[in-house]
Design a protein around this ligand. Structure first.
Ligand SMILES: [Fe+2]
Ligand SMILES: [Fe+2]
Length: 192
């Protein structure tokens, strides 16, 4: 299991089972358009999954909200056409998620849809679209911020100055900066 060497960290105990479940789901069932991607691999999504679950746990999200974060993590970069900014990949991934739920008779979560669709856009746009959606409330805003922070925390893969921590949105993410660096280092160790 990818990141098995991290999951034994006491900090990961509360989210270990969820991580293992969603990681396995992604490996088996989520198709990525850019399998040879350098920066947006399934391993990136796995780290984002772990970080989103950790921040979510610290923010006391409920099970449905945990589901929303996990699904966003495993789908968010699945519809990239290139490794650049590729604005619009969020929307394509959200449509893929929606279609996937329909085809597999899975419960569709609107929070997942919005988080995924706007994760590659400015917060101002993402937040205004979430606020406009009658089916969503301030919890969706919190989930969007948690998710964007989790995605941002994995920017150290781009280089030691890949993340400007001033742009992190949640206090929990600020506290996880060193953990995220360590996570990246450990994820390149051998795993089975
Ligand atoms: Fe993305
Ligand atoms: Fe990402």
């Amino acid at each position: 299991m990818f990141l098995a060497n991290v999951l034994d960290d006491p900090a990961c105990q509360p989210i270990k089972k969820s991580y293992e479940y969603w990681y396995t789901f992604m490996e088996k069932d989520v198709e990525f358009w850019l399998p040879d991607s350098v920066w947006h691999t399934k391993t990136h999504s796995a780290r984002v999954l772990l970080l989103a679950l950790l921040i979510g746990h610290q923010k006391n999200v409920n099970d449905e909200e945990k589901y929303a974060l996990a699904m966003a993590a495993v789908f968010h970069d699945s519809r990239r056409l290139d490794d650049g900014i590729d604005q619009g990949h969020g929307c394509r991934a959200a449509e893929y998620y929606k279609e996937y739920c329909r085809e597999h008779d899975l419960p569709y979560n609107e929070q997942t849809f919005y988080i995924t669709a706007y994760h590659d856009q400015d917060d101002s746009l993402g937040l205004s679209e979430i606020k406009k959606s009658p089916g969503l409330n301030e919890r969706a805003i919190l989930l969007y911020q948690i998710f964007k922070d989790a995605d941002a925390l994995d920017r150290f893969r781009l280089g030691s100055d890949g993340l400007d921590v001033r742009f992190l949105r949640t206090e929990e993410a600020h506290q996880l900066v060193d953990f995220a660096k360590e996570l990246l280092r450990k994820s390149s160790e051998n795993y089975e």
